[in-house]
Design a protein around this ligand. Structure first.
Ligand code: HEC
Length: 119
């Protein structure tokens, strides 16, 4: 009996590790959720490029952003980021957004800009 429980526990842990790390940055973006998050929060600045934010039509700017890689960008979206263009607020003002929500929203904006995110 003890063995079975132990087996189950380790199986759960393995699954948990796989999902939390997304198998090493292999998480597939949910663009539908990304659009919902974007429409709620990011649109205020990123639609037309208000306050120095990259507009969705500014492909060159998104190419530069994408080159930083998703790991860095997720970190910048989560904690906020001040660059040469302006101030990206913490979580893009979406206080109840999860890391995955932010990942989806970034992926959605890149998708709209016609840019493929680097890993
Ligand atoms: C109040 C305006 C504002 C809102 C709202 C906003 N952003 Fe930004 N964001 C900015 C600005 C300004 C920059 C550019 C910073 C720079 O490069 O100087 C930026 C840059 C970024 C970058 C690029 C960071 C980098 O390292 O170059 C990402 C990714 C990003 N925003 C994601 C988001 C997401 C996702 C949301 C919605 C959840 C969001 N932003 C909402 C203003 C905003």
């Amino acid at each position: 009996m003890k063995k079975i429980i132990l087996l189950m526990v380790s199986a759960f842990m393995a699954v948990g590790m796989l999902t939390s790390c997304g198998g090493g940055g292999e998480k597939v973006a949910n663009l539908e959720n990304g659009k919902a998050v974007y429409d709620k929060a990011c649109i205020a600045c990123h639609w037309k490029g208000v306050a120095g934010a990259a507009a969705l039509t500014d492909k060159a700017r998104w190419e530069e952003i994408a080159a930083k890689g998703m790991t860095v960008l997720k970190e910048h979206a989560l904690k906020g980021y001040t660059g040469t263009h302006g101030v990206m607020p913490e979580k893009g003002t979406c206080v109840d957004c999860t890391e995955d929500d932010l990942f989806d929203a970034i992926s959605y904006m890149m998708h709209e800009a016609g840019v493929t995110p680097a890993k």
